[in-house]
Design a binder for this molecule. Structure first.
Ligand code: ATP
Length: 232
C-alpha cells in the first residue's frame, strides 16, 4: 500500500484547471520532492493531499484512508505558508494545546520533548509574540512533528526558514526517513530537497511532466529535471 496515493486529481479555479489528472504515489519511507515553476500547482496539490481543499475529480488516500478523517489527520504533519501557532500563548502552551488536540497521552511531556528537539527549551515560557522569526519557525516545525506523524506534508519548508531552522528541519526529516516516515514536499530549493528526496515529481501547468526516482545525476545537477522535462 502507498503511504500517499493521488489518483486522477483535477482542480478547477473557475474555468482555470490548476491540476489536471494528477497521479502520484509515495511508498512508505519515501521522500517525494514536488518541483515546478511558480503557479505549476504544487501548493494546490499539497493542500488537497492534506485534506484542506477538495479535488474537483479524483481522490487522495493517505495510509489507505481519506485525508479528512480524524484517524488520518492524527498521522499527518503539515508545514504550510502560515506558522499556525498562537501569538498570545507561550511556546509550551502552544505545543501542549496541539498535543491535547491530537489526543496525545501526555501532552505536556510531548510538548517539552519537542521544545528540546528544536532548541526552544530555554524560552519555553516566553510568549510567541515576543519570539524572533527563526524561533517561531522552529516552533512551527515542532508543531508538525509533535504527534509523531507517519506522513509529513511540507509546502516550501525551507523557504521561510533561517539557517538554524533549516539545519533543525533537515536533521528531523533525515531522522524521520530513518524511522520509516513518508515525506511529500514542494520546493523551489532543489539542492536542499534533492539531498533528501528518493523520488521527484515535476509539475508543469498542473500536469505531471516527470515522476521517478531521484538519481545521483539529479542531485549533482539539480537543473537537469527542468532541462529534460520542463517546458523550457
Ligand atoms: P508557487 O510556487 O508560486 O507557490 P504553486 O506551484 O504552488 O506556485 P499554486 O499556488 O498551486 O502553484 O497555483 C496553481 C495555479 O492556480 C496558479 O495559476 C494560481 O494562480 C492558481 N490559483 C491558486 N489558488 C487559486 C485560487 N484560490 N483562486 C484562483 N486561482 C488560484
Amino acid at each position: 500500500m502507498s503511504a500517499v496515493a493521488v489518483d486522477g486529481v483535477w482542480k478547477y479555479y473557475g474555468d482555470f484547471p490548476a491540476l489536471r489528472d494528477i497521479r502520484l504515489e509515495a511508498p512508505p519511507g519515501s521522500c517525494l520532492a514536488l518541483i515546478g515553476r511558480n503557479g505549476a500547482g504544487k501548493t494546490t496539490l499539497l493542500r488537497i493531499i492534506a485534506g484542506f481543499s477538495r479535488p474537483g475529480k479524483g481522490q487522495v488516500r493517505i495510509l489507505g484512508g481519506s485525508p479528512r478523517e480524524t484517524a488520518t489527520r492524527r498521522n499527518v504533519g503539515f508545514i504550510g505558508h502560515g506558522i499556525a501557532v498562537y501569538d498570545e500563548l507561550s511556546a509550551l502552551e502552544n505545543l501542549t494545546l496541539y498535543a491535547k488536540l491530537y489526543g496525545l497521552e501526555n501532552p505536556r511531556q510531548a510538548a517539552l520533548e519537542w521544545l528540546e528537539h528544536t532548541g526552544l527549551e530555554r524560552v519555553k515560557d516566553g510568549l510567541v509574540r515576543e519570539f524572533s522569526r527563526g524561533m517561531r519557525q522552529r516552533l512551527a516545525v515542532a508543531r508538525a512533528f509533535l504527534h509523531n506523524p507517519s506522513v509529513l506534508l511540507l509546502d516550501e519548508p525551507f523557504t521561510a526558514l533561517d539557517d538554524r531552522a533549516i539545519a533543525v528541519l533537515q536533521r528531523l526529516l533525515r531522522e524521520g526517513l530513518g524511522h520509516g516516515k513518508t515525506i511529500v514536499m514542494s520546493t523551489h530549493q532543489l539542492r536542499e530537497a534533492l539531498e533528501l528526496a528518493s523520488h521527484v515529481a515535476l509539475l508543469n501547468r498542473g500536469q505531471v511532466a516527470f515522476h521517478g526516482p531521484c538519481t545521483p545525476e539529479m542531485v549533482a545537477d539539480p537543473g537537469l529535471v527542468y532541462a529534460r522535462y520542463g517546458e523550457g
